[in-house]
Design a protein around this ligand. Structure first.
Ligand SMILES: CC(C)(COP(=O)(O)OP(=O)(O)OC[C@H]1O[C@@H](n2cnc3c(N)ncnc32)[C@H](O)[C@@H]1OP(=O)(O)O)[C@@H](O)C(=O)NCCC(=O)NCCS
Length: 178
């Protein structure tokens, strides 16, 4: 895997993916705090301060650098509206494997934005970061996320239970090899 110290942006037909900035925190916090979104994600903190602190921490990391996530804000090329965010992180113990995550604000879902952003992210992971495989996780009932993974060419690899205390969540793992 390579790192990408010179990253500036990824462009698709309708979208611009750029490094998330502290100024994005309020908007990202608002949709991450929406119960419809939050139920599918494991964020400890979705308040603006927590989101801002994470963005500042991630800004110190290059895409492809081991040790954690890098997040890109997804915005409309036309008009610049903040639509969502995606992230990528090298898998800790598996060289060449990159995990991805993604969220689109509920008011902007159902227009193909997640698929368009994830296809760009997958291409970037393979071509620029030289990843061997891209991996994503979702709760097994998250049909929208699973649909996005399938449309981006990822295939089901495993279903397992994530256990925390007396809570059990069935999780699916999807993957696409280069
Ligand atoms: C998952 C998520 C990113 C999808 O964003 P999006 O921009 O709406 O995704 P797209 O428009 O590219 O694709 C959504 C697909 O799900 C399908 N879909 C939507 N609701 C559905 C439902 N209730 N049942 C089955 N399929 C559904 C859509 O029809 C579309 O598939 P299609 O193009 O074959 O018709 C968004 O719903 C989200 O942010 N959810 C909460 C956070 C989350 O789950 N993140 C991912 C896992 S951590």
């Amino acid at each position: 895997m390579r790192t990408d110290p010179g990253f500036s942006e990824l462009l698709t037909e309708r979208l611009r993916l750029r490094r998330s900035l502290p100024a994005d925190a309020e908007t990202i916090s608002a949709y991450r705090s929406d119960p419809e979104v939050h139920v599918h994600q494991g964020w400890d903190r979705t308040d603006p301060e927590g989101v801002r602190a994470e963005i500042e921490e991630m800004a110190t990391r290059m895409p492809g650098e081991p040790g954690g996530w890098v997040q890109f804000t997804v915005e409309a090329r036309e008009g610049g509206e903040l639509l969502g965010d995606v992230g990528l992180s090298p898998e800790a113990d598996e060289p060449g494997v990159v995990k991805i995550g993604y969220t689109i604000a509920p008011v902007r879902q159902g227009r193909g934005y997640a698929t368009e952003a994830i296809l760009a992210l997958v291409g970037y992971a393979f071509e620029t970061l030289d990843a061997q495989a891209v991996r994503a996780y979702a709760d097994a009932g998250n049909v929208r996320s699973i649909r996005v993974m399938e449309k981006a060419g990822l295939r089901h690899g495993q279903t397992f239970d994530y256990v925390e205390g007396d809570q059990v969540w069935p999780i699916v793992r999807y993957e696409r090899e280069r």
